[in-house]
Design a binder for this molecule. Structure first.
Ligand code: GRF
Length: 201
């Protein structure tokens, strides 16, 4: 399967996925078709290029969401991705984008998406002294972190004294869970439900 990986920042999940493609659970199952960023200066884009991956970017700053997304969809389609993999992509996707890749957009969120949506999930866990967080990989629909959950894994946060420690523990789990979940999605794709038979069929 061809993956388009989208990021806005550091790109540690992108690197973990690229490594899983090279030597891990995604080997022989997936290839990185492109790493795309809405920030041409994103560190993760540089890191992808340094690995020899194809990269593309389009600055989102000051752009209207729909219009920007239409252009991004065009760029991504030219790489013929089977899955669009969000890895720290800091944009809410417009309906135009979601419909263009319906059922094939995947995201990772550092908390249970039933309990926390949007930004700053690790800060939320740390500030509220949560004993654990639940990393969530889910399909993306038109809401913010509302799509069907594909996999979750609990991270023990007991004794984590700093936000950095919370993030360190969480990211280590993210990096493993994301690759494993994509591997099972690729091997056992989620098929659309068959139409309900009527009297006439
Ligand atoms: C991760 O915590 C991910 O769950 C969230 O954004 C962060 C991206 O980190 N959606 P990185 O750029 O992959 O290092």
């Amino acid at each position: 399967a061809r993956l388009a990986i989208l990021l806005s920042g550091r790109g540690s999940n992108m690197l973990a996925l690229a490594e899983a493609v090279r030597t891990g659970v995604l080997r022989g199952l997936a290839e990185v078709a492109v790493v795309f960023s809405n920030d041409p200066g994103a560190y993760g884009l540089e890191a992808a290029a340094a690995l020899g991956l194809s990269t593309a970017s389009l600055a989102s700053r000051g752009r209207k969401r729909e219009e920007f997304d239409r252009e991004v969809v065009g760029i991504l389609q030219s790489y013929r991705p089977d899955y669009v993999v969000l890895a720290g992509y800091m944009r809410v996707l417009s309906p135009t984008f979601v419909r263009a890749f319906a059922g094939r957009i995947v995201n990772i969120h550092p908390a249970d998406t039933h309990q926390h949506q949007g930004l700053h999930a690790y800060e939320w866990a740390f500030d509220n002294h949560l004993p654990a967080t639940k990393i969530t990989v889910h399909l993306v629909d038109e809401g913010l972190d509302t799509g069907p959950i594909l996999a979750q894994r609990v991270v023990n946060l007991e004794g984590a004294a700093t936000l950095a420690e919370v993030q360190r523990r969480g990211l280590a789990v993210e990096h493993v869970l994301y690759a494993e979940t994509l591997a099972s999605l690729i091997t056992t794709p989620i098929l659309p439900a068959p139409p309900i038979p009527t009297h006439n069929s």
